[in-house]
Design a protein around this ligand. Structure first.
Ligand SMILES: *[C@@H]1O[C@H](CO)[C@@H](O)[C@H](O)[C@H]1NC(C)=O
Length: 138
């Protein structure tokens, strides 16, 4: 602690309040059916949560397949078109696929996470092709 600038110590509580632990910022596109087979679970129809809130992940978090089955909290924070995000809406999605090999192409290439059409439409205007998100693994 000796080497921390006093100003940092003053700012620390403020940074903690506005930056929840482990939350990251990224981008999201959406994809629709067909969803099978997936890179995680093949043709198993039981892989999808009954909520239909699931996602395929890009290179950044795929982790050579280790991302399969992980759960993330996802929130829309902004988009090119103002008013796209549904305010204060947070969803929990299960990772079931790798975005780069998903059967259905994403609405936008190269995003952090491609949300199922149901998931995307829950946090944003479903006519949008991509949004900026805040996400956190749980
Ligand atoms: C969704 O976006 C479209 C295109 O910008 C717009 O016409 C429509 O009104 C929006 N829907 C809602 C519910 O905001």
């Amino acid at each position: 602690m000796n080497h921390l600038h006093p100003l940092f110590l003053l700012l620390l509580p403020i940074l903690t309040i506005f930056h929840p632990a482990h939350a990251e910022v990224g981008t999201s596109a959406q994809y629709g059916p067909p969803f099978l087979p997936t890179a995680c679970y093949g043709y198993d129809p039981g892989q999808f949560p009954s909520s239909n809130l699931f996602a395929a992940v890009g290179d950044g978090i795929w982790d050579n397949g280790a991302a399969c089955g992980r759960q993330y909290l996802v929130k829309c924070i902004s988009a090119a078109q103002p008013g796209t995000c549904v305010p204060d809406q947070v969803i929990q999605v299960r990772i079931v696929d790798f975005a780069l090999t998903a059967v259905s192409p994403p609405s936008y290439d190269g995003t952090t996470m491609v949300l199922s059409d149901t998931a995307f439409g829950t946090i944003a205007n479903s006519t949008a092709r991509s949004i900026n998100i805040e996400f956190q693994q749980i």
